[in-house]
Design a protein around this ligand. Structure first.
Ligand SMILES: Cc1cc2nc3c(=O)[nH]c(=O)nc-3n(C[C@H](O)[C@H](O)[C@H](O)COP(=O)(O)OP(=O)(O)OC[C@H]3O[C@@H](n4cnc5c(N)ncnc54)[C@H](O)[C@@H]3O)c2cc1C
Length: 343
């Protein structure tokens, strides 16, 4: 998907009277930022390193089916995505997940017993009530007994610390079985990371405050679930989430933006009140600049303009390998499908 309205082969500046906006990175963040700039009257150029726009939100074709190749749903707790979908005319495509809920495939000698429904009232796999029947199947009676201590253990140290990982909270409140058999599979599926390296306040905002208010982790999860908007917490689009990025690209073209795929930014320098963005094909001048690349890439291109950033360059995120399995088994048709998690 390569589009160009004007060549990047030379120094490019915006037409007189319109400020120039340059966006580095054509994933969902960059495309939305580019749209905001275009709607605000900027002459926008999007520089994307890959040959396609969309970044982690895209589609791929397997067995004749067009399937999501990254994000497959969006959270509905904020009105931001529904509002965007309406503005782009995609509201008719919104699809809610099968209400039968998600399943977990846990390790164990008997595969039939290893597959089980996720608790309906959890948060990132943390159960509101660890004594529920489906929880006992997943973590055993000993695990349930340990998890029940959540109601009586003191929790002040967890609340006092400035930073605490989600793994630490779950392990100390409900024990290792809840962490490894319920939370780790779900969190791994969502964040491609172990709960021990994820900051609790980032991935579960409000959880520690709710723990302080309600006196236990389970009660906090229950309260947060009850306070969530009715219905599903995620939704998707018929045709896949890639429909969102391809529609954004079309919309940007209609707004007159210049979309340059296969054109990585290699450096950014300050020039006057704006910036000069360098690519292998030339330079772009920008009155407004948005860098919407991954952390290490963003630091690399911004370091010439902001040398201090080099000291805080983040490491690369966890590698993600995408595996897509297409099966045709009519016996599964009645079983419903949710979002499976695998430890
Ligand atoms: C397998 C998978 C499943 C996911 N599932 C979900 C989900 O269901 N729901 C959800 O909400 N989130 C999900 N996510 C997370 C979500 O997809 C990402 O948070 C989101 O897409 C990030 O968008 P972004 O634009 O910030 O970054 P990216 O998508 O990473 O886009 C950054 C872009 O910048 C480009 N770039 C990098 N360096 C340069 C450079 N020097 N010059 C120009 N361009 C550059 C890259 O090529 C890339 O296209 C999933 C992620 C993955 C990997």
């Amino acid at each position: 998907m390569q589009a160009s309205r004007k060549s990047a082969g030379t120094s490019a500046a915006a037409p007189a009277g319109r400020p120039a906006g340059v966006v580095v990175g054509g994933g969902i963040s960059g495309l939305i930022a580019a749209r905001d700039l275009a709607l605000a009257g900027f002459d926008v150029t999007v520089l994307e390193a890959a040959e396609d726009f969309g970044g982690c939100v895209g589609t791929h074709r397997v067995a004749g089916l067009d399937l999501d190749s990254g994000a497959e749903s969006y959270a509905t707790r904020s009105p931001a995505v529904p509002k965007l979908l309406e503005e782009l005319g995609l509201q008719e495509r919104i699809a809610s997940p099968d209400p039968s809920g998600a399943w977990l495939q846990l390790g164990g000698p008997d595969p039939a017993k290893a597959a089980q429904r996720m608790p309906q009232t959890g948060l990132l796999g943390i159960p509101a009530d660890p004594r529920a029947d489906e929880i006992a199947q997943a973590i055993g009676r000993t695990g349930v007994a340990r998890a029940a201590l959540d109601r009586v253990l003191p929790m002040a140290p967890l609340l006092r610390r400035e930073k605490v990982s989600l793994g630490e909270i779950v392990r100390s409140r409900m024990g290792e079985a809840v962490l490894k058999r319920l939370v780790t599979p779900v969190v791994g599926g969502v964040y491609s990371a172990d709960p021990d390296v994820l900051d609790a306040d980032s991935v579960a905002p409000g959880l520690r405050k709710a723990m302080a208010e309600h006196g236990s982790l389970g009660a906090a999860v229950g309260a947060m679930r009850r306070a969530a908007p009715a219905g599903s917490t995620v939704a998707s689009l018929r045709g896949g989430m890639g429909t969102l990025t391809s529609t954004l690209v079309e919309n940007l073209r209609e707004l007159g933006a210049t979309l340059l795929a296969g054109t990585p930014a290699t450096g950014i320098e300050r020039s006057g009140t704006g910036f000069t963005v360098t690519t292998d094909a030339g330079t772009q001048t920008a009155d407004a600049l948005v860098v919407a690349a991954d952390g290490p890439a963003a630091v690399d291109v911004l370091t010439p303009a902001v040398p201090d950033l080099a000291a805080v360059r983040p490491g690369p995120g966890p590698g993600v390998a995408l595996g897509t399995l297409v099966g045709d088994n009519p016996e599964l048709d009645a079983a419903g499908d949710g979002s499976p998690g695998c430890p």
